[in-house]
Design a protein around this ligand. Structure first.
Ligand SMILES: [Zn+2]
Ligand SMILES: [Zn+2]
Length: 146
């Protein structure tokens, strides 16, 4: 018999995993699987936090690479700045960039110099949309988000 150091239960040797021929783990199989689950959960949370962090970092990098301020009014607040895509075909069709993975791709594009991005704040974006009669499209974009 052996006492588990975690749950303090007195259990048969069979309830413990074997480290090598002579040694057993100090906690039982049940505690072992609980520990693994906990580790997995923590790990997943930190993984999610890292993903979010990377997303924010890439977004800020893109903003910095594009000058760090709104092209129209010069505001430098990251929270209202968004990256605007100008289509090369002259039709002035524009698109606000959303989504996570795309910022890394975008960053590479900006660095390579071959891009159609510009930096606008939410206000100037909206004003431009009104000027270009794009409000209906933008409105549906915003409605999708909420
Ligand atoms: Zn135990
Ligand atoms: Zn602006």
């Amino acid at each position: 018999m052996k006492i588990c150091t975690l749950c303090k239960k007195k259990l048969s040797v069979k309830s413990f995993y074997r480290k090598d021929n002579d040694n057993l783990y100090s906690y039982c199989k049940e505690c072992n699987s609980k520990k693994t689950k906990k580790w997995y959960k923590n790990n997943r949370e930190s993984h999610m936090a890292k993903t979010k962090e990377r997303y924010e970092r890439n977004r800020k990098d893109c903003i910095n690479l594009l000058g760090g301020k709104c092209k129209e009014c010069g505001i430098i607040d990251y929270r209202v700045l968004c990256i605007d895509h100008i289509n090369g075909n002259g039709s002035q069709e524009r698109k606000i960039i959303k989504g996570g993975g795309s910022f890394l791709k975008m960053k590479k594009k900006i660095i390579s110099g071959k891009h159609n991005y510009q930096l606008l704040c939410m206000n100037c974006n909206w004003i431009k949309a009104i000027q270009n009669n794009e409000t209906r499209k933008l409105y549906t974009n915003f409605k999708d988000k909420t």
